[in-house]
Design a protein around this ligand. Structure first.
Ligand code: 4AD
Ligand code: MG
Length: 431
C-alpha cells in the first residue's frame, strides 16, 4: 500500500492508501465519525463507519483530540460537497502523538491571542492558504527574473549605510563600531547591476517603524531588481510585467488556497491585463484635493491618501515623479524640471496602497557627491558607492517590492502581520 499526501489524493481515487495526518476537528454519532484532517498539503475529511472498522478503531476515532497525529489507512472517494473534492473512508488508525488541549479551537479568537500562538496558529486553514500563496509568489519571482535574464545577487544584511534615511535604522554593535541591519540592498544591487547587467535580490529588510499601521512591519522581505543600461520607462514595464506574472501564477497554481480565503479569482484576473495606468504626482495631489484631503504639493501621501488614489483605479496604478524633498538622494533628477525625481510608486488597487517604490538612479559623480555633502552624509561611508559613478557610469534603474505588501493585496488581507510566518512589529518579538 502506498503512503501519499492529501494533495495527491486525486490521483488515487478508489485506491487504498496510507496518510500521516493531524486532526483539526471532529464530529461523531453512535454510528459514524467525521474526522477533519490536515497533513500540510491540504485539508480533507476522513469518515469512520462503526460497523466497517474494528471496535477499537471506532473507539479511538471518537477519542482523538484536536491536533493529535496519526496514520490513517483507507480508500479515497470523490466528495463534491467539500472545497477539496475528495475524502477518505478510513479502515484503520495508528496513533502517533496524542495532543493536550489545543489552544486554538474552531471558535473565534482575538488577534493578539492568535499572534501569541502563531507557532500553532500557522496550522489553521487561513494561515495555510496565505503561506502557500506566499510560497508561490516567491517561486514565481525566481521564475520571472530568470526568464527575463536576471541573476540573483545577495546584498549584505549587516551594513554601514542608510539608503532610505537614518530615522528607521536598527543599530547593532559590530566589534565596537556601529552597524545597521539592512533597510534596503539597493546600493549594493547598483554595484551588482554594473557588474552583471540585470540582478535581483530577495531578502530580509529591517526598519525600526515606530508607528503601528497595518502596512508596516519592522522586518519584512523585499525583492530588489536593478538593471544597467536602462531608463525608467523600461523599468516600469518590467515592474508591471512582474506584478501581472505574480497574479497569474497565483491564479494558475493556488485555486484551492484562494477558495479557502474566499478571494474571488475574477477580481485578480483584472490585474493580469497590461499596461497599468500611470499618473503624475502632480495629478495625484489634485485628485486628493478634489477628494477633500488637506494636502499640498510637496507633501508625501499617507496611507489614507494612497488608499484614496488607488481606489480610483481598477488596476494597480503608477504614481510618477515625486518632489525631490520627499525622496532619497540616489534618484535621478528630471530633465525638464528641477523639483522632481524620475521615480514611481506602484499603488495596489482595492485601497492597498504602495507595493513598489523605484527610480532611475543619478549617475553623475560630481553631482552625486555634492548632493551627499549637502545632505550631511558621511562621504567615507559611501566612497564605494561613489566609485560606481567613477568607473564607466551608465544609466540604470531599479525598484523594490515589499513581499508582504503584495501578499496582503493578492490575498485581500486586512494587515501585513498575516502575510509573514512570524511577524515582527513594534510590540512583538515572540514567538
Ligand atoms: O519605497 P521603499 O522604501 O524603497 C526602497 O527601499 C528602495 N531602495 C527600493 C529600490 O529601489 N531598490 O521600499 C520598497 C518597498 C515599498 O514599496 C513597500 O512595498 C515595502 O518595500 N516596504 C515595507 N513593507 C513592509 N513593512 C515596511 N515597514 C515597509 N517599508 C517598505
Ligand atoms: Mg516607498
Amino acid at each position: 500500500m502506498q503512503t501519499i499526501t492529501i494533495a495527491d489524493a486525486k490521483n488515487h481515487i478508489d485506491e487504498e492508501v496510507k496518510i500521516g495526518v493531524w486532526l483539526t476537528d471532529k464530529r461523531s454519532s453512535g454510528k459514524i465519525a467525521f474526522l477533519q484532517l490536515r497533513d500540510g498539503t491540504a485539508f480533507f475529511q476522513g469518515v469512520v463507519v462503526k460497523n466497517v472498522v474494528s471496535p477499537e478503531t471506532f473507539e479511538l476515532a471518537k477519542k482523538l483530540r484536536q491536533e493529535a497525529s496519526f496514520y490513517v489507512t483507507g480508500t479515497i472517494h470523490q466528495d463534491d460537497r467539500s472545497h477539496f473534492g475528495y475524502e477518505i473512508e478510513i479502515s484503520d488508525i495508528e496513533l502517533i502523538g496524542d495532543s493536550e488541549d489545543f489552544p486554538i479551537t474552531p471558535k473565534e479568537h482575538g488577534i493578539e491571542f492568535l499572534l501569541d500562538h502563531r507557532h500553532l496558529w500557522l496550522r489553521s486553514r487561513r494561515p495555510f492558504a496565505i503561506m502557500k500563496i506566499r510560497n508561490e509568489i516567491i517561486d514565481a519571482t525566481y521564475r520571472f527574473f530568470r526568464q527575463e535574464g536576471f541573476i540573483k545577487m545577495d546584498p549584505p544584511i549587516l551594513t554601514g549605510t542608510a539608503p532610505e534615511g537614518t530615522t528607521e535604522l536598527f543599530e547593532t554593535d559590530y566589534f565596537d563600531n556601529p552597524a545597521y541591519l539592512s533597510q534596503s540592498g539597493q546600493l549594493y544591487m547598483e554595484a551588482g547591476a554594473l557588474a552583471y547587467g540585470k540582478v535581483f535580490s530577495f531578502g530580509p529588510t529591517f526598519r525600526a517603524e515606530k508607528s503601528k499601521t497595518r502596512r508596516h512591519l519592522t522586518e519584512f522581505w523585499m525583492i530588489e531588481p536593478e538593471m544597467a543600461f536602462m531608463h525608467q520607462e523600461e523599468s516600469l514595464q518590467i515592474q508591471e510585467r512582474y506584478v501581472a506574472y505574480l497574479v497569474q501564477a497565483v491564479l494558475d497554481n493556488c485555486r484551492y488556497e484562494l477558495q479557502l480565503l474566499d478571494r474571488d479569482p475574477a477580481i485578480l484576473e483584472r490585474y493580469t491585463k497590461l499596461p497599468y495606468p500611470r499618473i503624475s504626482y502632480d495629478e495625484a495631489i489634485k485628485m486628493c484635493q478634489a477628494g477633500g484631503f488637506d494636502i499640498q504639493w510637496g507633501d508625501d501621501f499617507g496611507s489614507p491618501e494612497e488608499t484614496y488614489i488607488s481606489d480610483q483605479f481598477e488596476q494597480p496604478v503608477f504614481v510618477l515623479n515625486y518632489p525631490k524633498t520627499i525622496k532619497p538622494f540616489y534618484m535621478k533628477e528630471a530633465q525638464d524640471r528641477d523639483d522632481v525625481y524620475i521615480c514611481a510608486d506602484l499603488l495596489a488597487p482595492e485601497g492597498y496602497g504602495e507595493i513598489i517604490g523605484g527610480s532611475e538612479r543619478a549617475i553623475d559623480y560630481e553631482q552625486m557627491k555634492a548632493k551627499m555633502q549637502s545632505q550631511g552624509m558621511n562621504l567615507e561611508d559611501y566612497d564605494w558607492y561613489l566609485d560606481l559613478r567613477k568607473y564607466g557610469s551608465v544609466p540604470h534603474a531599479g525598484f523594490g517590492m515589499g513581499l508582504e505588501r503584495a501578499i496582503t493585496w493578492i490575498c485581500h488581507l486586512d494587515h501585513l502581520r498575516e502575510a509573514i510566518p512570524f511577524p515582527r512589529m513594534i510590540n512583538r518579538l515572540r514567538p
